[in-house]
Design a protein around this ligand. Sequence first.
Ligand code: NAP
Length: 484
Amino acid sequence: MNLNPLFLNYIDGQWAASGSGQTFENRNPAEQNELLGYFQASTIEDARHAIESAERAFAGWRATPISKRAKVLNRAADYLEANLEAFAEELTREEGKLLGNSRDEVARSAQTLRFYAVEGQTITGETFPHDDAKMTVYTQREPLGVVSIITPWNFPISIPARKIAPALITGNTVVFKPSSDAPLIAYRLAEALHHAGIPEGVFNFITGSASNIGKELTAHSAIKAISFTGSTQAGEAIQGAASMSTRTQMELGGKNPLIVLADANLDQAVDLTIKGGFSLTGQACTGTSRVLIEKSVKTDYLERLVAKVKELKIGNGLVQSTSIGPLATRQQLDTVLSYIDIGKREATHIFGGEHLQGEGYDNGYFVSPAIFSDVTQQMRIAREEIFGPVIAIIEVDGYEDAIAKANDSIYGLSAAIATKNIEYIQRFPSDIQSGTVKINRTTTGNLVNAPFGGLKQSSTSTFRESGRVGLDFFTQTKTVYLGY
Ligand code: NAP
């Protein structure tokens, strides 16, 4: 493990400084005085070097037996698991999430590497019946070439893992750029692959601002595919810059609704709201940001919700008793506070939304969870992604009204309903415009072995990631007519 605060790029099997000679800082969002390290402020030339090394390595990696490729992923998983406690602590220091969430994320990343090590070995083609006895017709699947992986700061190791593992097991080579706001745990993933013996050039890790290297990593002619997770705005820019023949997979923003019907268990609905909306400080792409509640139970629900939210402890994610950590960046803090101001002007402010000051808070980005009521469809807090601990409560007349309002959004990432009504339980998955559908469960959370992705502007709706179908994006199909 590198304990030096200077962190390098990993290009062509070498740890190397950027040609710029410049670095950028990575600091703890709970305690800004704590410097976690300096990372390379890479240049276009560095990016080009990484892409070209991946291009050179492609033929050899593609020809490497799949059992050997799987071994690399399994060894990288071993490395993450052996260092789980240390890496989880680093993740909390870097991103702010609770230590328990960090442990889960590092463990899940190892699980993802192992999942694709096995699942990638079960890829099949099809054979087709026909009239010529001396011919076999079948499909075979092949890797694409160099793929660009670009990821956000909120799940800074598990999202990269769920893209990099299927890319590598299927024989592609990778250039990976993590978020500039959480490069340390991404560096640990690069370190894990290096320790696992990944051949030179097969996997490349490069840090630096998207404004400097983003274009090269998405528009270079050798890039055959881009798997991106981040904001809808950045996704649109990347999609626009990519060439026609570059395959893209974009997982983008959300404005995820939880519908609470009058027959729901209200205590459970409150728990779903708090877990979905405030855990991870509201910084999950699948986080609950709208609650559509039936009029008749609204007052009762709100009383129970506020009583429980008052008990939440906001603080450093390393402290055991903390229930909500800081926002991850200064920019997130400013954005969330500005939406809280907007909410106070637009709707009824019920609770929270303070920028916390005082001991334990002064050097971090802490905001108390905010609840707004009497929110209507036109309000900005009902329509725009905030990506923080802010919940908009919208009153509805019943199931049909709730569905209409939930679907009145440009996003369609995750949606949940709390009800015991069997008709609505049965109808909800078809009626809701959302890639992930939850019934009596939180909008957040998805399995390693199940597909994940959004509808509408939450995704390019091309290829799903995660699970077995996560392999599809990284392979292309050929149809072979073999005669003799
Ligand atoms: P972001 O600002 O879009 O950045 C994401 C990544 O893209 C970063 O590595 C960023 O680099 C890079 N990037 C930005 N513009 C680029 C461009 N034009 N070309 C190439 N790369 C570019 O998003 P974020 O603030 O990190 O993450 C929060 C967003 O991610 C939210 O909108 C959230 O909903 C979304 N998200 C979606 C999912 C999902 O699965 N649907 C999951 C998690 C998060 P720099 O860091 O250097 O700017």
